[in-house]
Design a binder for this molecule. Structure first.
Ligand SMILES: [Zn+2]
Length: 363
C-alpha cells in the first residue's frame, strides 16, 4: 500500500471562499472546545479520548454553535480526531502539549478522513456542503482518497489530497529491477544550484535577488502603516504575496532540477552541507538562504528514495573541491574565487564545481 499526497491550488468563487473560511472557523472552535475539555479531564485525573470529547461536543454543538448546522460536520469531527492524535503524541513525548488555535493562525480544516465524502473529477473537487470547486490541475495519482485537508496561505486556497494506491503493480514510479543509468555526483552551490558529474548543470534562480527591491519597497510601506489598521492588513497581504512568489520560484527550480537528476541516475553522491555553519559566514548567508539548499537536498532525497536510488553522503571533511578528480592530488591553496581547477600534477584543467561533482560521484 502506497500513500501519495498532492497539494493543488483551488480557484473558488467568493461564496465558496467564504464557506471554506467558515469551515476552518468551525474546525478551530471544535478543536478549542475539545482541548479545554481535555484539560478539564486532566485536572480530574481522567484521560478523555477523542471519542468522549466528540460525544460531549455533539451533545452541545447545536445549542452553543447553532451556525454549524449549515456546515459539514466532518470539519469538527476531524478537528477533534486530530486533537486526539496530538495529545497521544504528547503523552508519548513526541511533541509539545497542543495549544489553542486563534483566528490569526493557520486557516485550515480536514474535509475528509477516508469517509468518501469528497469527490474529485478531473480539475474539480466536491467538498461537502460547498459543492464543486475548480482546481488548477488534475490529480497525478489515482486511487482511494484517504484524507483531504483544505488550507489557505497568502489568500490562496489549497486542497491537499492523500490517496491510497491499492494497485502497486502498475505504479508509475516502481523502481526498475535494473537501473542502467550511471551514478551521478552532485556539487550544490550558490551560483549554480547543482553541477553534476555528467556535465549537467542546473541554475539557481536566486529569486530574492530579483525581488529584493520590490520586497524592500513593500516592507517600507508596511512599516509606515499603523499597526492593526485596515490598510496595514492590506499591505501585509501584499508583502506576503511577494514572499510567496519568491518561495514558489525557488520550489519550482528545486523540483525541476531534482526530478531531472533522479531520472538520469542509478546512484547519487552528495556532500553533507553544514548549512548552519555556512550561514555563520555573513558574506555567504544571504545568498545561501536565498538558494535554500536544504530544501533542494530534502527533495532530492525523497525522490531518490521513491525510486530506490541510493544516496551516498560524503564525509563533511572530504575535500571535494581541493582534490583532483583525475589523479587525486590535493591542492591546498585553492580559494573560493578560483572558478577553474588546475592540477599541477597531471595538468587537468576543469571547472571547479564539475571537479567537485566528479569527486562526489559514487563508484
Ligand atoms: Zn591531477
Amino acid at each position: 500500500m502506497i500513500l501519495r499526497s498532492q497539494k493543488i491550488e483551488l480557484t473558488p468563487n467568493n461564496k465558496q471562499s467564504t464557506q471554506m473560511s467558515q469551515h476552518a472557523g468551525y474546525a478551530r472552535v471544535a478543536f478549542n472546545f475539545g482541548l479545554s475539555s481535555f484539560k478539564v479531564g486532566l485536572d480530574q485525573d481522567e484521560w478523555r479520548s477523542h471519542v468522549d470529547i466528540k460525544r460531549e461536543f455533539n451533545a452541545v454543538k447545536y445549542d452553543k454553535f447553532d451556525w454549524c448546522k449549515d456546515l459539514s460536520q466532518n470539519a469538527s469531527k476531524n478537528a477533534i480526531h486530530n486533537l486526539g492524535d496530538a495529545v497521544t503524541r504528547w503523552k508519548k513525548g513526541q511533541n509539545k502539549f497542543p495549544v489553542y488555535k486563534n483566528r490569526s493562525g493557520k486557516c485550515s480544516y480536514q474535509a475528509d478522513n477516508g469517509e468518501g465524502t469528497v469527490k474529485v473529477h478531473k480539475k474539480r473537487i466536491e467538498l461537502p456542503k460547498i459543492g464543486w470547486i475548480r482546481m488548477r490541475e488534475e490529480l497525478r495519482y489515482s486511487g482511494e482518497i484517504t484524507k483531504v485537508v483544505i488550507s489557505k496561505h497568502n489568500d490562496t486556497w489549497y486542497a491537499s489530497i492523500t490517496m491510497r494506491r491499492l494497485d502497486s503493480s502498475n505504479y508509475k514510479y516502481q523502481p526498475p529491477l535494473f537501473n542502467e543509468n550511471p551514478p551521478i555526483g552532485i556539487d550544490v552551490g550558490i551560483n549554480t544550484l547543482a553541477t553534476c558529474s555528467n556535465g549537467d548543470t542546473y541554475g539557481n534562480p536566486r529569486p530574492l535577488k530579483r525581488y529584493e527591491r520590490k520586497l524592500a519597497r513593500e516592507n517600507r510601506k508596511f512599516a509606515r502603516k499603523q499597526k492593526g489598521s485596515q490598510n496595514g492588513y492590506k499591505q501585509k497581504k501584499r508583502l506576503s504575496a511577494v514572499h510567496a512568489r519568491i518561495a514558489n520560484i525557488r520550489e519550482d527550480a528545486h523540483h525541476q532540477a531534482t526530478i531531472r537528476i533522479v531520472r538520469k541516475a542509478s546512484a547519487i553522491g552528495i556532500e553533507t552541507l553544514k548549512i548552519t555553519n555556512m550561514l555563520k559566514n555573513r558574506k555567504l548567508a544571504k545568498a545561501l538562504s536565498d538558494s535554500a539548499l536544504g530544501g533542494f537536498l530534502t527533495k532530492l532525497k525523497y525522490k531518490a528514495d521513491r525510486r530506490g536510488i541510493p544516496i551516498d553522503e560524503a564525509d563533511r571533511f572530504f575535500a571535494s573541491s581541493k582534490t583532483c578528480s583525475n589523479c587525486g592530488h590535493k591542492k591546498a591553496d585553492l580559494t573560493l574565487s578560483d572558478r577553474q581547477y588546475h592540477c599541477s600534477e597531471c595538468g587537468l584543467d576543469i571547472d571547479r564545481d564539475l571537479n567537485a561533482a566528479k569527486n562526489l560521484c559514487p563508484t
